[in-house]
Design a protein around this ligand. Structure first.
Ligand code: ADP
Ligand code: MG
Length: 441
């Protein structure tokens, strides 16, 4: 009876997991696995590559133990074989240097002249231009970080355009982290990984967008790191963008250290005058006559994302042309009010965060500010720190000191810990979301 039950243990495991993971995860990591042999005592699985094996073991060990045969010592009686592809298909190597293909991948509008400068982005822009003028010899890697819609991709592509134009013999690749990982998976599947390595290691310039996505694809970190080191060691230029600085990314110490080797530059939200200049620039491109007064009015109300400034111009252009209206503050307010509301977040204070977390976890605000390390208080305190960092636009030092004089590294440590917990703890995630809604309400 037991033997019979065990016979089908892999499909039972699959059925159980399928209900608990995303469709993408299932089809990427679980569906390609085949059972080679299965008995009551042991099971052998065939996986397309070593990454799938590692992924399954590191994510599902506990569940596997519930379904699959075990050895006497309690370990999984599980072994893997790597599949040989049925018909090895040659993947065409990425083009060595096909200017047209490369520039086609770059957004034509993302150039240096079209990037409007102001105090919040001057430094990053000049670092980017420095790298573009003398690739591999100034800052290497150049790491650009900043919030959504502030121009990271724009600058990355601008570097690509500039190098392509002024150093036509250099081999450049501009790629999103997602695409890099997909490329890697594809080459692993086709056993052509050496070709990919050769291609990447022969580049002169590697531009990588949104490295934060490597956090959810940790199995690929090592390969990325190896490519990275191989290039840097030959003085080949690397530029990376990210929504967070290296120290706040959940990546290995090795990877973090590599990214901090060169220059880490922060891209902030442009100040009011720069936002006005961006609005005017975008309006001009659209053929829209935007009175300065209205530009100021919009810039005052949209203040956390340049992409939204662009959206505002698009919307305003469409409405005013369609309805033959003159552009006034009233028209702008009517047309854009949703965007205004969206961005006019309530100012969140540390006090507000503490109150909300204290109420939710049934502790006192003074406990959260205090230094008790009992679990009932330490965890809510760390959650409050996490939320404060997420919701309050102040320096870490300033936020930390509002927690009864904690240091910025305590705050960062708490933030990291909670971020990690939230990944696996659904109940906690819901509670934290509840606190967040409370605070922002
Ligand atoms: P990110 O990659 O940081 O999310 P993007 O580079 O995609 O942001 O920028 C969002 C939009 O805002 C793009 O259309 C970009 O051209 C525009 N943009 C951002 N910053 C500026 C700037 N300083 N000057 C002109 N346009 C900008
Ligand atoms: Mg981007």
């Amino acid at each position: 009876m037991l033997a019979e039950k065990k016979q089908d243990c892999w499909s039972q495991f699959l059925a159980y997991i399928e209900e608990r993971c995303s469709a993408a995860e299932y089809s990427n990591w679980l569906a390609p696995v085949k059972v080679v042999s299965e008995s009551a005592k042991a099971i052998t699985l065939e996986v397309p590559n070593i990454f799938v094996q590692e992924y399954i073991l590191s994510n599902y060990k506990r569940d596997l133990k519930a379904f699959l045969p075990l050895k006497d010592n309690g370990d999984l009686a599980l072994s893997f074989v790597i599949a040989t592809p049925i018909k090895p298909k040659e993947i065409a190597p990425a083009p060595a240097k096909a200017n047209d293909t490369f520039t086609a991948k770059l957004n034509a509008g993302y150039t240096f002249p079209k990037f409007i400068e102001g105090p919040s982005n001057q430094f990053v822009k000049s670092a980017a231009m420095g790298v573009a003028r003398r690739p591999g010899t100034s800052y290497n890697p150049l790491f650009i970080h900043g919030g959504v819609g502030l121009g990271k991709t724009h600058l990355l592509h601008a570097i690509g355009h500039h190098i392509d134009k002024h150093h036509p013999s250099l081999k450049i690749q501009c790629i999103t982290t997602e695409a890099f990982v997909n490329d890697l998976v594809e080459h692993l599947r086709n056993k052509s990984i050496d070709k990919m390595k050769r291609y990447y290691r022969n580049l002169d310039v590697l531009l990588v967008d949104d490295i934060q996505f490597l956090q959810s694809r940790l199995n690929f970190e090592e390969e990325f790191c190896n490519t990275f080191e191989a290039l840097i060691n030959q003085n080949k230029q690397i530029v990376i963008t990210s929504d967070k600085p290296p120290s706040e990314l959940k990546l290995s110490e090795r990877m973090t250290a590599r990214m901090e080797w060169g220059l880490v530059a922060h891209l902030g939200m442009p100040d009011l005058e720069t936002r006005v200049a961006i609005l005017q620039h975008k309006a001009e491109q659209k053929g829209l006559k935007l009175p300065n007064k209205v530009a100021f009015f919009i810039a005052e109300h949209i203040n956390n994302n340049v992409r939204q400034l662009e959206g505002a111009i698009n919307r305003l252009t469409a409405t005013t042309q369609l309805m033959h209206l003159d552009i006034t503050e009233e028209v702008a307010e009517k047309t854009l009010s949703e965007m205004f509301q969206y961005t006019s977040h309530k100012q969140v204070s540390v006090e507000g965060v503490l109150k909300s977390v204290a109420a939710l976890f049934n502790v006192r605000v003074s406990d959260l500010r205090g230094s008790s390390r009992t679990k009932e208080i330490a965890l809510p305190r760390q959650i409050a720190m996490y939320l404060a960092k997420e919701l309050i636009n102040e320096s870490l030092m300033k936020i930390a000191s509002s927690f009864g004089g904690k240091t910025h590294s305590t705050l960062l440590h708490a933030w990291k810990k909670v971020a990690r917990l939230l990944e696996s703890d659904e109940t906690l995630r819901r509670r934290v979301q509840m606190a967040r809604r409370n605070i922002e309400a």
